[in-house]
Design a protein around this ligand. Structure first.
Ligand code: NAP
Length: 327
């Protein structure tokens, strides 16, 4: 696979970090949550210039009071000094990693619009679909690269992230197939990645997997593996999701969907889905960019998918009962 990086984590593989730093563009990282910190610490560790954009002055003050950003990996923790700033800092931005939740991405990027250089590149790490198109439409001059990641991390406190699951990040640009040169930075930072010429197919497939698994784990209050007891319901949802993918011009994402869903349920049997975890922790979910996006796409195509629609109704009701945002 072109651009495929299959090396193991090798954080100090850059022979002369200073040399690499001189040549490289600053990585501005918007959002110092789980994924933002995971990327910031690994890029900084490779000697690359990283600037963290925090929500406001209060968050910046809190960050400055801490020693830096801490990455916990296989029980070993290491703190990195990464420069922090607020959105109104004057420096122009050439490369921006957007590491907010899908529902925050558009607003957070809008705050930085005046700082974006004419040829700015954005990397959008959001799960689901919808937020990426919204950001891209907002910035017609910029190059927006969509990402789909199977890496897993969670916040173990403020400015501290636990690297919970090694994985892979696919990056792609649906309108320009040429990979950017800065993929070398990811290589240097030991971030396993590949350039994908079919990133939308990947994002749609991941969305379909999410729609078939995550809402049910919230409704049945269960781990992924317990969905094996709801085999028929899962199969019905997969059939409707495959129909939706075909209708949305994504036949490749529809191939063997049910089989893949069953494989994921089995492979992650002991895990709680991200949506389950959000609901259990009383956090807002990304429903509008996952099941909500799927149902909206179905409505746009006048597709009748009764089980998917019913699933959305049940999930929204569950969120209402728990006093959580329904979007
Ligand atoms: P997270 O831990 O909640 O981090 C989001 C960060 O964005 C928070 O630090 C938040 O700031 C910040 N933020 C929000 N609005 C902002 C603004 N206007 N200006 C500056 N910062 C702002 O979320 P996450 O888990 O990293 O997830 C990010 C995206 O990656 C999601 O779409 C998620 O589905 C996807 N993803 C996550 C994982 C994972 O393992 N975590 C894996 C794959 C994909 P505060 O700290 O001030 O609240």
């Amino acid at each position: 696979m072109p651009g495929h990086y299959s090396g193991s984590f090798a954080p100090f593989t850059v022979s002369d970090p200073t040399e690499h730093k001189l040549m490289s563009t600053t990585w501005h990282i918007l959002g110092a949550g789980s994924l933002g910190t995971l990327w910031a610490t690994r890029l900084a560790r490779a000697g690359l210039t990283v600037r963290l954009i925090l929500r406001d002055k209060a968050r910046l003050a809190s960050y400055r009071a801490a020693a830096g950003l801490t990455l916990v990996e296989q029980g070993v923790e290491q703190t990195y000094t990464v420069f922090g700033e607020t959105p109104d800092s004057p420096e122009p931005i050439h490369r921006l990693l957007v590491a907010c939740k899908a529902y925050d991405a558009q607003g957070a990027v809008a705050q930085l619009q005046h700082r974006l250089a004419a040829n700015a590149e954005l990397i959008l790490l959001q799960n689901g679909l919808g937020s990426q198109e919204a950001v891209a439409a907002q910035l017609p001059q910029a190059r927006c690269i969509f990402a789909s990641s199977t890496e897993g991390a969670f916040r173990g406190g403020d400015w501290r992230v636990v690297f919970a699951g090694h994985g892979y990040t696919w990056l792609g640009d649906a309108s320009h197939p040429a990979p950017p040169l800065w993929l070398d930075d990811l290589h240097a930072a030991g971030i396993p990645h590949a350039w994908s010429t079919d990133i939308l197919t990947r994002l749609w497939r991941k969305l379909a997997l999410n729609c078939a698994i995550n809402p049910l784990t919230v409704l049945y209050q269960c781990r992924n593996g317990e969905l094996q007891a709801h085999h028929c319901e899962v199969a019905t949802l997969c059939a409707e999701l495959a129909e939706l993918l075909e209708c949305c011009g994504q036949p490749t994402a529809a191939l063997d969907l049910q089989h893949d869903v069953e494989r994921v349920i089995q492979a992650t049997a002991a895990n709680y889905s991200s949506m389950y975890q959000d609901v259990a922790a009383g956090r807002r979910t990304e429903i509008s960019y996952l099941l909500g996006y799927a149902c909206q796409a179905a409505a746009r195509h006048r597709l009748n998918l009764p089980h998917l629609q019913q699933l959305q109704g049940r999930l929204v009701e569950q969120l209402r009962v728990r006093g959580l945002p329904r979007d």
